[in-house]
Design a protein around this ligand. Structure first.
Ligand SMILES: Cc1cc2nc3c(=O)[nH]c(=O)nc-3n(C[C@H](O)[C@H](O)[C@H](O)COP(=O)(O)OP(=O)(O)OC[C@H]3O[C@@H](n4cnc5c(N)ncnc54)[C@H](O)[C@@H]3O)c2cc1C
Length: 490
Protein backbone atom coordinates (compact mmCIF):
# COMPACT_ATOMS: atom_id res chain seq x y z
CA UNK A 1 0.00 0.00 0.00
CA UNK A 2 2.96 2.34 -0.30
CA UNK A 3 2.07 5.61 -1.85
CA UNK A 4 -1.64 5.17 -1.20
CA UNK A 5 -3.46 8.38 -0.45
CA UNK A 6 -5.26 8.67 2.86
CA UNK A 7 -8.92 9.37 3.22
CA UNK A 8 -10.29 10.80 6.43
CA UNK A 9 -12.84 8.98 8.55
CA UNK A 10 -15.53 10.66 10.58
CA UNK A 11 -18.21 8.41 9.11
CA UNK A 12 -20.32 5.82 10.74
CA UNK A 13 -19.82 2.08 10.99
CA UNK A 14 -23.60 1.58 11.14
CA UNK A 15 -23.81 -1.79 12.95
CA UNK A 16 -27.32 -1.63 14.40
CA UNK A 17 -30.10 -3.12 12.28
CA UNK A 18 -33.60 -2.00 13.16
CA UNK A 19 -36.58 -3.92 11.79
CA UNK A 20 -37.53 -0.97 9.62
CA UNK A 21 -35.39 2.00 8.72
CA UNK A 22 -31.75 2.55 7.98
CA UNK A 23 -28.74 1.00 9.61
CA UNK A 24 -26.48 3.99 10.12
CA UNK A 25 -25.55 4.64 13.68
CA UNK A 26 -24.13 8.12 13.88
CA UNK A 27 -22.33 7.44 17.15
CA UNK A 28 -19.93 4.92 15.62
CA UNK A 29 -17.47 6.72 13.39
CA UNK A 30 -14.48 5.67 11.35
CA UNK A 31 -11.77 7.41 13.29
CA UNK A 32 -8.66 5.99 11.63
CA UNK A 33 -7.21 7.29 8.39
CA UNK A 34 -7.63 4.68 5.72
CA UNK A 35 -5.38 4.28 2.70
CA UNK A 36 -7.10 4.70 -0.66
CA UNK A 37 -5.91 1.80 -2.78
CA UNK A 38 -8.09 2.27 -5.84
CA UNK A 39 -10.32 4.77 -7.54
CA UNK A 40 -12.83 4.11 -10.30
CA UNK A 41 -15.80 5.60 -12.12
CA UNK A 42 -18.06 2.73 -11.07
CA UNK A 43 -17.53 0.56 -7.99
CA UNK A 44 -19.66 -2.58 -7.89
CA UNK A 45 -19.93 -4.28 -4.51
CA UNK A 46 -20.75 -7.98 -4.81
CA UNK A 47 -20.10 -10.09 -7.91
CA UNK A 48 -23.26 -12.25 -7.92
CA UNK A 49 -25.52 -12.25 -11.00
CA UNK A 50 -26.51 -8.61 -10.34
CA UNK A 51 -23.00 -7.27 -9.71
CA UNK A 52 -21.60 -9.34 -12.56
CA UNK A 53 -24.10 -7.89 -15.07
CA UNK A 54 -23.48 -4.36 -13.75
CA UNK A 55 -19.70 -4.57 -13.97
CA UNK A 56 -19.78 -6.14 -17.43
CA UNK A 57 -22.07 -3.46 -18.86
CA UNK A 58 -20.38 -0.48 -17.17
CA UNK A 59 -16.90 -1.59 -18.25
CA UNK A 60 -18.00 -2.27 -21.82
CA UNK A 61 -19.47 1.23 -21.97
CA UNK A 62 -16.04 2.63 -21.17
CA UNK A 63 -16.40 3.33 -17.46
CA UNK A 64 -13.40 2.47 -15.31
CA UNK A 65 -15.01 -0.26 -13.23
CA UNK A 66 -13.96 -2.01 -10.02
CA UNK A 67 -15.73 -5.06 -8.58
CA UNK A 68 -15.40 -6.22 -4.99
CA UNK A 69 -16.32 -9.70 -3.77
CA UNK A 70 -15.59 -11.48 -0.52
CA UNK A 71 -15.02 -14.81 -2.29
CA UNK A 72 -12.49 -15.89 -4.89
CA UNK A 73 -14.85 -16.07 -7.84
CA UNK A 74 -17.93 -14.18 -9.11
CA UNK A 75 -21.42 -15.65 -9.45
CA UNK A 76 -22.73 -15.45 -5.88
CA UNK A 77 -25.50 -17.92 -5.03
CA UNK A 78 -25.06 -19.51 -8.47
CA UNK A 79 -21.37 -20.42 -8.13
CA UNK A 80 -20.05 -20.21 -4.57
CA UNK A 81 -23.59 -21.03 -3.43
CA UNK A 82 -23.79 -23.97 -5.94
CA UNK A 83 -27.16 -22.96 -7.47
CA UNK A 84 -26.20 -23.61 -11.11
CA UNK A 85 -29.72 -23.21 -12.54
CA UNK A 86 -29.47 -22.85 -16.32
CA UNK A 87 -32.07 -20.81 -18.19
CA UNK A 88 -32.25 -20.01 -21.90
CA UNK A 89 -30.71 -16.59 -22.58
CA UNK A 90 -32.93 -13.58 -21.95
CA UNK A 91 -30.67 -11.20 -23.88
CA UNK A 92 -27.48 -9.24 -23.31
CA UNK A 93 -24.81 -10.58 -20.98
CA UNK A 94 -27.09 -13.36 -19.73
CA UNK A 95 -27.39 -14.85 -23.23
CA UNK A 96 -23.66 -14.46 -23.77
CA UNK A 97 -22.95 -16.26 -20.51
CA UNK A 98 -25.37 -19.11 -21.22
CA UNK A 99 -23.93 -19.58 -24.73
CA UNK A 100 -20.41 -19.59 -23.41
CA UNK A 101 -21.22 -22.07 -20.64
CA UNK A 102 -22.77 -24.34 -23.26
CA UNK A 103 -19.82 -23.97 -25.64
CA UNK A 104 -17.34 -24.73 -22.88
CA UNK A 105 -19.22 -27.91 -21.96
CA UNK A 106 -20.52 -26.82 -18.56
CA UNK A 107 -24.25 -27.28 -19.25
CA UNK A 108 -25.89 -30.61 -18.46
CA UNK A 109 -29.48 -31.51 -19.30
CA UNK A 110 -31.15 -34.35 -17.43
CA UNK A 111 -33.93 -36.02 -19.45
CA UNK A 112 -36.52 -38.70 -18.80
CA UNK A 113 -34.23 -41.12 -20.67
CA UNK A 114 -31.58 -40.86 -17.96
CA UNK A 115 -34.10 -40.47 -15.13
CA UNK A 116 -37.38 -42.17 -16.14
CA UNK A 117 -38.88 -41.81 -12.65
CA UNK A 118 -37.88 -38.25 -11.91
CA UNK A 119 -40.76 -36.25 -13.46
CA UNK A 120 -43.51 -36.09 -10.86
CA UNK A 121 -41.32 -37.66 -8.20
CA UNK A 122 -42.11 -36.20 -4.74
CA UNK A 123 -38.38 -36.04 -3.94
CA UNK A 124 -37.78 -33.67 -6.85
CA UNK A 125 -37.17 -30.02 -6.02
CA UNK A 126 -38.40 -28.61 -9.33
CA UNK A 127 -40.23 -31.38 -11.16
CA UNK A 128 -42.47 -32.90 -8.47
CA UNK A 129 -45.60 -31.38 -10.00
CA UNK A 130 -45.06 -32.85 -13.50
CA UNK A 131 -47.12 -35.81 -14.62
CA UNK A 132 -45.15 -39.00 -13.81
CA UNK A 133 -43.46 -40.30 -16.94
CA UNK A 134 -43.81 -36.98 -18.77
CA UNK A 135 -40.88 -35.38 -20.62
CA UNK A 136 -38.14 -34.04 -18.36
CA UNK A 137 -35.65 -31.39 -19.33
CA UNK A 138 -33.74 -29.98 -16.38
CA UNK A 139 -30.65 -27.99 -17.34
CA UNK A 140 -27.96 -26.86 -14.96
CA UNK A 141 -24.50 -25.43 -15.32
CA UNK A 142 -21.54 -26.63 -13.36
CA UNK A 143 -21.12 -23.94 -10.66
CA UNK A 144 -17.34 -24.42 -10.39
CA UNK A 145 -16.80 -24.18 -14.15
CA UNK A 146 -19.43 -21.42 -14.36
CA UNK A 147 -17.46 -19.31 -11.88
CA UNK A 148 -14.31 -19.70 -14.00
CA UNK A 149 -16.19 -18.53 -17.10
CA UNK A 150 -17.70 -15.51 -15.33
CA UNK A 151 -14.27 -14.61 -13.98
CA UNK A 152 -12.79 -14.79 -17.50
CA UNK A 153 -15.59 -12.62 -18.92
CA UNK A 154 -14.94 -9.91 -16.33
CA UNK A 155 -11.22 -9.98 -17.14
CA UNK A 156 -11.96 -9.69 -20.87
CA UNK A 157 -14.31 -6.75 -20.26
CA UNK A 158 -11.51 -4.92 -18.42
CA UNK A 159 -13.11 -4.92 -14.97
CA UNK A 160 -10.58 -4.59 -12.17
CA UNK A 161 -11.65 -7.17 -9.62
CA UNK A 162 -10.87 -7.38 -5.93
CA UNK A 163 -11.58 -10.97 -4.87
CA UNK A 164 -11.24 -12.13 -1.26
CA UNK A 165 -12.07 -8.55 -0.35
CA UNK A 166 -14.87 -7.88 2.11
CA UNK A 167 -16.95 -4.73 1.96
CA UNK A 168 -17.22 -3.27 5.46
CA UNK A 169 -18.80 0.13 5.19
CA UNK A 170 -19.08 3.36 3.23
CA UNK A 171 -17.58 6.78 3.65
CA UNK A 172 -20.23 9.39 3.08
CA UNK A 173 -20.45 13.09 2.39
CA UNK A 174 -23.54 14.88 3.56
CA UNK A 175 -25.63 16.76 1.01
CA UNK A 176 -28.43 19.27 1.59
CA UNK A 177 -31.94 18.08 2.55
CA UNK A 178 -30.81 14.97 4.46
CA UNK A 179 -29.28 13.28 1.42
CA UNK A 180 -25.73 12.02 1.13
CA UNK A 181 -23.25 10.74 -1.40
CA UNK A 182 -20.86 7.81 -1.07
CA UNK A 183 -17.23 8.86 -1.30
CA UNK A 184 -15.62 5.47 -0.88
CA UNK A 185 -16.24 1.84 0.00
CA UNK A 186 -14.30 0.67 3.05
CA UNK A 187 -13.04 -2.86 2.40
CA UNK A 188 -10.69 -5.36 3.96
CA UNK A 189 -8.40 -7.96 2.43
CA UNK A 190 -4.94 -9.42 3.06
CA UNK A 191 -3.38 -5.97 2.92
CA UNK A 192 -5.72 -4.62 5.58
CA UNK A 193 -8.53 -2.09 5.73
CA UNK A 194 -8.58 0.33 2.83
CA UNK A 195 -10.85 2.61 0.84
CA UNK A 196 -11.90 2.34 -2.80
CA UNK A 197 -13.19 5.62 -4.14
CA UNK A 198 -15.78 5.91 -6.87
CA UNK A 199 -18.19 8.23 -8.63
CA UNK A 200 -21.09 5.78 -8.75
CA UNK A 201 -21.58 2.65 -6.60
CA UNK A 202 -23.70 -0.42 -7.33
CA UNK A 203 -25.13 -2.57 -4.53
CA UNK A 204 -24.71 -6.16 -5.73
CA UNK A 205 -24.46 -7.62 -2.23
CA UNK A 206 -27.69 -9.60 -2.60
CA UNK A 207 -28.84 -8.30 0.79
CA UNK A 208 -28.81 -4.51 0.25
CA UNK A 209 -25.87 -4.27 2.61
CA UNK A 210 -24.38 -1.24 0.90
CA UNK A 211 -27.68 0.64 0.87
CA UNK A 212 -28.15 -0.12 4.56
CA UNK A 213 -24.64 1.01 5.48
CA UNK A 214 -25.15 4.18 3.47
CA UNK A 215 -28.24 5.04 5.48
CA UNK A 216 -30.89 4.28 2.86
CA UNK A 217 -34.19 3.15 4.36
CA UNK A 218 -35.15 -0.52 4.05
CA UNK A 219 -37.61 -3.07 5.37
CA UNK A 220 -35.99 -5.94 7.17
CA UNK A 221 -36.35 -9.51 5.87
CA UNK A 222 -39.82 -10.86 6.60
CA UNK A 223 -41.13 -7.33 7.04
CA UNK A 224 -44.56 -6.86 5.57
CA UNK A 225 -45.51 -10.52 5.44
CA UNK A 226 -49.05 -11.27 6.55
CA UNK A 227 -49.04 -12.46 10.15
CA UNK A 228 -52.34 -14.23 9.64
CA UNK A 229 -50.95 -16.94 7.39
CA UNK A 230 -48.77 -18.58 10.01
CA UNK A 231 -48.97 -17.72 13.70
CA UNK A 232 -46.06 -15.48 14.52
CA UNK A 233 -45.34 -15.11 10.82
CA UNK A 234 -44.94 -11.37 10.92
CA UNK A 235 -41.36 -10.28 10.37
CA UNK A 236 -40.36 -13.92 10.04
CA UNK A 237 -38.12 -14.16 6.98
CA UNK A 238 -38.55 -16.85 4.41
CA UNK A 239 -35.83 -19.37 5.16
CA UNK A 240 -32.35 -19.24 3.71
CA UNK A 241 -30.73 -22.39 2.41
CA UNK A 242 -27.43 -24.20 2.07
CA UNK A 243 -26.98 -26.19 -1.12
CA UNK A 244 -24.75 -29.24 -1.48
CA UNK A 245 -23.95 -31.86 -4.10
CA UNK A 246 -23.66 -35.63 -4.00
CA UNK A 247 -22.40 -37.88 -6.82
CA UNK A 248 -22.54 -41.63 -7.41
CA UNK A 249 -26.33 -41.92 -6.93
CA UNK A 250 -28.31 -44.66 -8.63
CA UNK A 251 -31.71 -42.98 -8.95
CA UNK A 252 -33.32 -46.04 -10.59
CA UNK A 253 -32.71 -47.90 -7.35
CA UNK A 254 -34.25 -45.08 -5.29
CA UNK A 255 -37.35 -45.03 -7.51
CA UNK A 256 -37.60 -48.82 -7.38
CA UNK A 257 -37.62 -48.66 -3.58
CA UNK A 258 -40.21 -45.81 -3.53
CA UNK A 259 -42.60 -47.87 -5.67
CA UNK A 260 -42.02 -51.32 -4.25
CA UNK A 261 -42.24 -50.23 -0.63
CA UNK A 262 -44.93 -47.61 -1.21
CA UNK A 263 -42.70 -45.03 0.47
CA UNK A 264 -42.86 -41.93 -1.79
CA UNK A 265 -41.07 -39.48 0.50
CA UNK A 266 -39.02 -42.10 2.37
CA UNK A 267 -41.12 -41.77 5.52
CA UNK A 268 -40.39 -45.34 6.57
CA UNK A 269 -36.63 -44.91 6.25
CA UNK A 270 -36.73 -41.53 7.99
CA UNK A 271 -38.75 -43.00 10.88
CA UNK A 272 -36.21 -45.80 11.27
CA UNK A 273 -33.31 -43.32 11.28
CA UNK A 274 -35.10 -41.08 13.79
CA UNK A 275 -35.83 -44.04 16.08
CA UNK A 276 -32.15 -45.02 15.97
CA UNK A 277 -31.11 -41.44 16.79
CA UNK A 278 -29.24 -41.19 13.47
CA UNK A 279 -30.76 -37.88 12.31
CA UNK A 280 -31.86 -34.71 14.12
CA UNK A 281 -35.63 -34.30 14.41
CA UNK A 282 -35.60 -30.93 12.60
CA UNK A 283 -33.97 -32.34 9.45
CA UNK A 284 -37.24 -33.52 7.90
CA UNK A 285 -40.27 -31.53 8.98
CA UNK A 286 -43.97 -31.57 8.23
CA UNK A 287 -45.00 -29.08 5.56
CA UNK A 288 -46.81 -25.97 6.80
CA UNK A 289 -50.41 -25.70 5.81
CA UNK A 290 -51.47 -22.70 3.75
CA UNK A 291 -51.64 -21.49 0.21
CA UNK A 292 -49.01 -20.68 -2.42
CA UNK A 293 -45.64 -19.77 -0.93
CA UNK A 294 -46.72 -20.85 2.53
CA UNK A 295 -48.26 -24.07 1.30
CA UNK A 296 -47.11 -26.70 -1.12
CA UNK A 297 -45.59 -24.22 -3.58
CA UNK A 298 -42.56 -23.39 -1.62
CA UNK A 299 -41.86 -22.90 1.98
CA UNK A 300 -39.26 -24.90 3.76
CA UNK A 301 -38.88 -27.89 1.47
CA UNK A 302 -39.04 -29.97 4.63
CA UNK A 303 -38.64 -33.34 2.90
CA UNK A 304 -35.66 -34.78 1.08
CA UNK A 305 -35.23 -32.33 -1.75
CA UNK A 306 -33.01 -33.01 -4.75
CA UNK A 307 -32.45 -32.29 -8.45
CA UNK A 308 -30.09 -33.77 -11.06
CA UNK A 309 -27.08 -31.60 -11.72
CA UNK A 310 -23.75 -31.42 -13.56
CA UNK A 311 -23.70 -34.99 -14.86
CA UNK A 312 -25.13 -38.52 -14.53
CA UNK A 313 -25.78 -39.72 -10.99
CA UNK A 314 -25.02 -36.29 -9.49
CA UNK A 315 -27.68 -34.35 -7.60
CA UNK A 316 -27.96 -31.06 -5.76
CA UNK A 317 -29.71 -31.08 -2.36
CA UNK A 318 -31.39 -28.28 -0.43
CA UNK A 319 -30.87 -27.80 3.28
CA UNK A 320 -33.31 -25.11 4.38
CA UNK A 321 -33.37 -23.34 7.70
CA UNK A 322 -36.63 -24.28 9.47
CA UNK A 323 -39.03 -21.40 8.89
CA UNK A 324 -40.22 -21.71 12.48
CA UNK A 325 -36.76 -20.71 13.76
CA UNK A 326 -37.43 -17.22 12.37
CA UNK A 327 -33.77 -16.41 11.67
CA UNK A 328 -32.46 -13.20 10.07
CA UNK A 329 -29.32 -14.59 8.51
CA UNK A 330 -28.48 -11.45 6.52
CA UNK A 331 -28.13 -9.01 9.39
CA UNK A 332 -28.01 -10.87 12.70
CA UNK A 333 -24.67 -12.64 13.28
CA UNK A 334 -26.10 -14.86 16.04
CA UNK A 335 -28.89 -16.04 13.74
CA UNK A 336 -26.44 -16.55 10.90
CA UNK A 337 -24.04 -18.64 13.00
CA UNK A 338 -26.87 -20.75 14.39
CA UNK A 339 -28.21 -21.42 10.91
CA UNK A 340 -24.80 -22.06 9.36
CA UNK A 341 -23.79 -24.58 12.04
CA UNK A 342 -27.18 -26.31 11.95
CA UNK A 343 -27.23 -26.58 8.15
CA UNK A 344 -23.71 -28.08 8.03
CA UNK A 345 -24.88 -30.58 10.66
CA UNK A 346 -27.97 -31.29 8.53
CA UNK A 347 -25.79 -31.91 5.44
CA UNK A 348 -23.66 -34.35 7.35
CA UNK A 349 -26.65 -36.10 8.92
CA UNK A 350 -28.53 -36.29 5.62
CA UNK A 351 -25.52 -37.69 3.76
CA UNK A 352 -25.02 -40.34 6.45
CA UNK A 353 -28.73 -41.18 6.42
CA UNK A 354 -28.83 -41.54 2.65
CA UNK A 355 -25.79 -43.82 2.54
CA UNK A 356 -26.87 -45.96 5.48
CA UNK A 357 -30.62 -46.27 4.91
CA UNK A 358 -31.55 -45.41 1.34
CA UNK A 359 -31.27 -47.78 -1.62
CA UNK A 360 -29.34 -46.19 -4.49
CA UNK A 361 -26.95 -44.26 -2.26
CA UNK A 362 -24.48 -47.00 -1.31
CA UNK A 363 -21.74 -45.63 -3.57
CA UNK A 364 -22.71 -41.97 -3.24
CA UNK A 365 -20.36 -39.30 -1.88
CA UNK A 366 -20.49 -35.58 -1.09
CA UNK A 367 -18.60 -33.53 -3.67
CA UNK A 368 -19.36 -29.91 -2.65
CA UNK A 369 -21.06 -27.87 0.05
CA UNK A 370 -21.93 -24.23 -0.73
CA UNK A 371 -19.51 -21.63 0.62
CA UNK A 372 -22.37 -20.01 2.46
CA UNK A 373 -25.99 -20.07 3.41
CA UNK A 374 -28.02 -18.25 0.76
CA UNK A 375 -30.39 -15.49 1.89
CA UNK A 376 -33.85 -15.63 0.32
CA UNK A 377 -35.46 -12.80 2.20
CA UNK A 378 -33.03 -10.14 3.37
CA UNK A 379 -33.40 -6.37 3.54
CA UNK A 380 -35.77 -4.80 1.01
CA UNK A 381 -34.67 -1.20 0.31
CA UNK A 382 -37.46 1.35 0.22
CA UNK A 383 -36.34 3.17 -2.90
CA UNK A 384 -37.72 6.00 -4.99
CA UNK A 385 -40.41 3.53 -6.08
CA UNK A 386 -41.34 0.26 -4.37
CA UNK A 387 -42.65 -2.24 -6.90
CA UNK A 388 -45.71 -4.00 -5.48
CA UNK A 389 -47.76 -7.07 -6.29
CA UNK A 390 -50.53 -4.68 -7.26
CA UNK A 391 -48.22 -3.19 -9.94
CA UNK A 392 -47.78 -6.69 -11.37
CA UNK A 393 -51.48 -7.58 -11.11
CA UNK A 394 -52.66 -4.38 -12.74
CA UNK A 395 -49.96 -4.43 -15.42
CA UNK A 396 -49.03 -0.85 -14.50
CA UNK A 397 -46.97 1.00 -17.13
CA UNK A 398 -44.18 3.44 -16.26
CA UNK A 399 -42.57 6.27 -18.25
CA UNK A 400 -39.16 5.14 -16.96
CA UNK A 401 -39.67 1.41 -17.66
CA UNK A 402 -36.31 -0.38 -17.80
CA UNK A 403 -37.53 -3.24 -20.00
CA UNK A 404 -40.41 -3.82 -22.39
CA UNK A 405 -43.40 -5.45 -20.63
CA UNK A 406 -42.36 -8.78 -19.12
CA UNK A 407 -44.53 -11.79 -18.27
CA UNK A 408 -43.64 -13.80 -15.19
CA UNK A 409 -45.48 -16.06 -12.80
CA UNK A 410 -45.68 -14.85 -9.21
CA UNK A 411 -45.43 -17.35 -6.38
CA UNK A 412 -47.27 -15.07 -3.96
CA UNK A 413 -50.03 -14.83 -6.52
CA UNK A 414 -50.34 -18.62 -6.59
CA UNK A 415 -48.27 -18.88 -9.75
CA UNK A 416 -50.41 -16.53 -11.88
CA UNK A 417 -48.61 -15.05 -14.88
CA UNK A 418 -48.62 -11.24 -14.91
CA UNK A 419 -47.41 -8.85 -17.59
CA UNK A 420 -45.82 -5.72 -16.16
CA UNK A 421 -43.06 -3.13 -16.32
CA UNK A 422 -40.48 -2.05 -13.75
CA UNK A 423 -39.50 1.62 -13.33
CA UNK A 424 -35.91 2.86 -13.12
CA UNK A 425 -36.83 4.38 -9.73
CA UNK A 426 -36.72 0.83 -8.22
CA UNK A 427 -32.95 1.02 -8.76
CA UNK A 428 -32.59 4.22 -6.73
CA UNK A 429 -32.42 4.04 -2.94
CA UNK A 430 -33.69 7.02 -1.01
CA UNK A 431 -31.25 9.46 0.61
CA UNK A 432 -28.14 8.35 -1.29
CA UNK A 433 -27.61 10.05 -4.63
CA UNK A 434 -24.85 7.91 -6.21
CA UNK A 435 -25.89 4.35 -5.40
CA UNK A 436 -27.75 1.97 -7.74
CA UNK A 437 -29.53 -1.14 -6.53
CA UNK A 438 -29.58 -4.42 -8.44
CA UNK A 439 -30.30 -8.16 -8.25
CA UNK A 440 -32.02 -9.27 -5.07
CA UNK A 441 -31.40 -5.80 -3.55
CA UNK A 442 -33.90 -3.91 -5.72
CA UNK A 443 -36.65 -1.77 -4.24
CA UNK A 444 -39.39 -4.37 -4.49
CA UNK A 445 -42.00 -5.43 -1.95
CA UNK A 446 -41.22 -8.83 -0.39
CA UNK A 447 -44.07 -10.53 -2.25
CA UNK A 448 -42.74 -9.59 -5.67
CA UNK A 449 -38.99 -10.03 -5.25
CA UNK A 450 -39.31 -13.50 -3.84
CA UNK A 451 -38.55 -16.22 -6.41
CA UNK A 452 -39.62 -14.67 -9.69
CA UNK A 453 -38.03 -11.26 -9.57
CA UNK A 454 -34.79 -12.45 -8.05
CA UNK A 455 -34.10 -15.31 -10.44
CA UNK A 456 -30.72 -15.58 -12.09
CA UNK A 457 -31.66 -14.22 -15.57
CA UNK A 458 -33.51 -11.24 -14.17
CA UNK A 459 -30.66 -10.47 -11.75
CA UNK A 460 -28.10 -10.39 -14.59
CA UNK A 461 -30.49 -8.15 -16.54
CA UNK A 462 -31.07 -5.73 -13.67
CA UNK A 463 -27.32 -5.75 -13.19
CA UNK A 464 -26.87 -4.59 -16.75
CA UNK A 465 -29.53 -1.94 -16.28
CA UNK A 466 -27.68 -0.62 -13.20
CA UNK A 467 -24.34 -0.80 -15.05
CA UNK A 468 -25.84 1.11 -17.98
CA UNK A 469 -27.26 3.84 -15.74
CA UNK A 470 -23.96 4.05 -13.83
CA UNK A 471 -21.86 4.45 -16.97
CA UNK A 472 -24.26 7.01 -18.47
CA UNK A 473 -24.32 9.02 -15.23
CA UNK A 474 -20.52 9.08 -15.10
CA UNK A 475 -20.35 10.15 -18.75
CA UNK A 476 -22.83 12.98 -18.08
CA UNK A 477 -21.15 13.99 -14.83
CA UNK A 478 -24.36 13.57 -12.80
CA UNK A 479 -25.46 11.20 -10.03
CA UNK A 480 -27.84 8.35 -11.04
CA UNK A 481 -30.69 10.14 -9.23
CA UNK A 482 -30.50 12.87 -11.89
CA UNK A 483 -30.14 10.51 -14.83
CA UNK A 484 -33.23 10.61 -17.05
CA UNK A 485 -34.11 7.07 -18.07
CA UNK A 486 -35.17 7.33 -21.71
CA UNK A 487 -36.20 3.92 -23.10
CA UNK A 488 -36.31 0.21 -22.17
CA UNK A 489 -32.88 -1.41 -22.37
CA UNK A 490 -34.23 -4.93 -23.05
C1 LIG B 1 -30.97 -21.19 -1.41
C2 LIG B 1 -31.34 -20.42 -2.63
C3 LIG B 1 -31.84 -21.08 -3.75
C4 LIG B 1 -32.15 -20.36 -4.90
N1 LIG B 1 -32.62 -21.03 -6.01
C5 LIG B 1 -32.76 -20.38 -7.19
C6 LIG B 1 -33.09 -21.07 -8.41
O1 LIG B 1 -33.31 -22.27 -8.38
N2 LIG B 1 -33.15 -20.36 -9.55
C7 LIG B 1 -32.92 -19.01 -9.59
O2 LIG B 1 -32.93 -18.41 -10.68
N3 LIG B 1 -32.66 -18.32 -8.46
C8 LIG B 1 -32.55 -18.98 -7.28
N4 LIG B 1 -32.27 -18.29 -6.13
C9 LIG B 1 -32.28 -16.82 -6.17
C10 LIG B 1 -31.02 -16.24 -6.72
O3 LIG B 1 -29.96 -17.11 -6.50
C11 LIG B 1 -30.68 -14.91 -6.07
O4 LIG B 1 -31.80 -14.11 -6.00
C12 LIG B 1 -29.59 -14.21 -6.88
O5 LIG B 1 -28.39 -14.94 -6.81
C13 LIG B 1 -29.36 -12.80 -6.36
O6 LIG B 1 -28.32 -12.24 -7.08
P1 LIG B 1 -27.47 -11.06 -6.45
O7 LIG B 1 -26.39 -10.79 -7.42
O8 LIG B 1 -28.37 -9.97 -6.05
O9 LIG B 1 -26.89 -11.64 -5.09
P2 LIG B 1 -26.00 -12.94 -4.70
O10 LIG B 1 -26.13 -14.04 -5.69
O11 LIG B 1 -26.35 -13.19 -3.30
O12 LIG B 1 -24.54 -12.36 -4.81
C14 LIG B 1 -24.04 -11.44 -3.88
C15 LIG B 1 -22.54 -11.35 -4.06
O13 LIG B 1 -22.06 -10.35 -3.17
C16 LIG B 1 -20.96 -10.84 -2.45
N5 LIG B 1 -20.98 -10.16 -1.16
C17 LIG B 1 -21.99 -10.14 -0.26
N6 LIG B 1 -21.65 -9.42 0.82
C18 LIG B 1 -20.39 -8.97 0.58
C19 LIG B 1 -19.47 -8.17 1.32
N7 LIG B 1 -19.77 -7.69 2.53
N8 LIG B 1 -18.26 -7.93 0.78
C20 LIG B 1 -17.93 -8.41 -0.45
N9 LIG B 1 -18.75 -9.16 -1.18
C21 LIG B 1 -19.97 -9.44 -0.68
C22 LIG B 1 -21.19 -12.34 -2.36
O14 LIG B 1 -19.97 -13.05 -2.18
C23 LIG B 1 -21.82 -12.64 -3.71
O15 LIG B 1 -20.88 -12.93 -4.71
C24 LIG B 1 -31.97 -18.96 -4.94
C25 LIG B 1 -31.48 -18.30 -3.83
C26 LIG B 1 -31.16 -19.01 -2.68
C27 LIG B 1 -30.62 -18.27 -1.50
Amino acid sequence: MTGAALIGGGLSRGMGQPAYGSSRNETEAWTEDIPVTAEADVVVIGGGPGGFGAAMRAARMGAKTNLIDKYDVPGGVHTTGLQGAYNPGVGGVHTELMNRLTKEGYVYTATEKAYPDFAGNPLSHYDWNLKPGSPLSRSTFNPEGGGCVMLAMLQEAGVKVFYNTTFLDVMMKKLPKGAATIRAAVVKNVSGTQAIKGKVFVDGSGTAEVAARAGAPFVRGGGGQPSTVVTGGENRPLPGGLLWIMAGIDFDEVAHYQKNQNDPILTKLISAALAAGDIPSDLYRPRLSGACVYGNLYIGHPTLDMSPMQGPGTFIFWENVPYEWSLHIDDNPGDMMRAQVAMREFVNAEARFLKKYTPGFKNAFVTNVGHYLGVRDGRHPVGEYVFSLDDARSGRRFPDAVTKPMSKSFHWDCGKVRTFEVPYRCFLPQKVDNLLLTGASLSFAYDTIFMVMRNFPWCVQTGEIAGFAAARSVAQGIPPTQYKWAAPLF
